[in-house]
Design a binder for this molecule. Structure first.
Ligand SMILES: *Cc1c(COP(=O)(O)O)cnc(C)c1O
Length: 451
């Protein structure tokens, strides 16, 4: 019997993160302020520490992972690379399917890879308090964990409906010592303005971001942490792909294609960017970002400057976007409902370096259940998107007889998403294509920026 898992020693946890900017054809477009001029570092310094802003703007290929961060990574890293042989057999495909399992982290997803790094760099900069927002609770629980590891206070603005409907993620955050508030609150101007108009407002990610940013900007002892989209977050996530490359080298394999679900782009960037370094050096490897048809940012969005949040508080970023006022349909892959995408992922897509595909909701759950029934692990609804695309490719290999090596990032487990699986089994899920007309209309509402 050949092995299922390819494991690394703790000493093999990468010592540096990989910065894809060093291998990009064109420099990334700068974020712009409301006046259309590049934002000044001073503006960003109100909510982020200098060491993180340096990473955000760096073009250096390798950035050292501080030893205290590697120390925390050791609690669950290196994560296993697994061969999905039972799934291959169930599909009858000649393709080899490998996945990196990030659900082994305490929070159950890849998100702590950046949360731990962000908590550390803030602590180094003398900050002892962090705010953030969370929807379903994946990012909030990761930052709660990270704050606890470095003895920091963490306050989380959790979208009110999720606070009421997903009590167990809230319990996790509280177990790790964070304070969790149902947003909108009456503690911020942004929250009060909403509540005055509508005391029963259910909240949204956009409102929660506004509250967390407002508080961080107004307090000297407090900074803000974001769970995806920004360059430094994708940088931290490259431990995923860097470990995977070592694991493939151990067994003398190399993927033809790399897949990952793509919301804000952090786990996709983390898994795929280290392979793009090889692609830049001439090696053949394709990277595919997988998104929902209900939120088709890369495949159907506009490449334009847009705000990162609903209220228009953040700088403008050049990215694929469905418009900052995009109302996400209530699909169950909460982590994939963002209106924009990482500027780095967006630029690489625009330049034709990476690919993207959109898949409908019901087919993603069908793929997730198939995966669970052959490999055991119940994937997060977000991860099911990558599994769908991998299964589709494996079935194409079955047709063509090509023994491709397929690799995907299993970004998290679905243990807190069983209500969504229940709905799938009850036949209550719907497929939803985001209407072309809405996408055209969004173009008119994009902020005007001189090209
Ligand atoms: C948040 C999340 C995602 C999507 O976020 P990205 O920044 O695009 O990685 C994907 N999978 C899981 C399990 C998540 O929690």
């Amino acid at each position: 019997m050949s092995d299922v898992k390819v494991l690394l020693d703790e000493s093999e946890i990468p010592t540096h993160w990989y910065n894809v900017v060093a291998d990009m054809k064109n420099p990334p477009a700068p974020p712009l302020g409301p006046d259309g001029k590049p934002v000044s570092p001073e503006m960003m310094m109100a909510i982020f520490p200098g060491n993180i802003l340096e990473q955000e703007m760096s073009a250096q290929r390798w950035i050292p992972i501080p030893e205290p961060v590697r120390e925390i990574y050791r609690l669950w890293r290196p994560s296993p690379l697994c061969r999905a042989r039972r799934l291959e057999q169930a599909l009858g495909t000649p393709a080899k399917i490998y996945y990196k399992y990030e659900g082994v982290s305490p929070a159950g997803s890849h998100k702590p890879n950046s949360a731990v790094a962000q908590a550390y760099f803030n602590k180094q900069a003398g900050i002892n308090r962090l705010t953030t927002e969370t929807g379903a609770g994946q990012w909030g629980s990761s930052l709660a964990l990270a704050g606890q590891m470095f003895g920091m206070e963490v306050r989380i603005y959790m979208v009110k409906v999720s606070y009421q409907q997903k009590p167990f993620r809230r319990s996790m955050m509280q177990t790790w010592g964070a304070e969790v508030l149902a947003s909108p609150t009456n503690l911020t101007n942004a929250g009060r303005a909403i509540l005055e108009k509508d005391p029963n407002n259910p909240g949204s990610l956009g409102i929660a971001i506004s509250e967390a940013v407002e508080e961080a900007a107004s307090r000297k002892d407090t900074n803000y942490a974001l769970g995806s989209v920004l360059n430094h977050v994708l940088l931290h996530q490259t431990v995923i792909g860097l470990e995977a490359k070592k694991q493939f080298a151990k067994i003398g394999e190399y993927p033809d294609m790399v897949f990952a679900p793509c919301g804000g782009g952090s786990n996709f960037g983390g898994a795929a960017f280290p392979f793009l370094a090889d692609a830049a050096a001439g090696r053949k490897v394709r990277a595919v970002a997988v998104e929902p048809t209900s939120c088709p940012t890369l495949t159907k969005g506009h490449y334009a400057y847009d705000f990162g949040d609903q209220s228009g508080y953040t700088p403008l970023m050049l990215m694929y976007t469905l418009g900052h006022d995009f109302m996400p349909p209530s699909i169950h892959a909460g982590g994939l409902r963002y209106h924009g995408d990482s500027p780095l992922v967006s630029q690489l897509y625009k330049e034709g370096i990476i690919e993207a595909v959109a898949v409908p909701q019901i087919a993603t759950f069908e793929a997730g259940v198939r995966f669970a029934r052959s490999e055991g692990i119940i994937p997060a609804p977000e991860s099911c998107h990558a599994i769908r695309a991998v299964i589709d490719e494996a079935l194409r290999c079955k047709q063509s007889g090509e023994p491709k090596t397929l690799f995907f990032n299993l970004s998290g487990h679905g243990h807190f998403d069983m209500a969504a699986y229940d709905k799938y089994f009850a036949g209550e899920l719907e497929d939803y294509e985001y209407p072309e007309e809405e996408i055209r209309n969004a173009l008119e509402r994009l902020p005007k920026v001189a090209a």
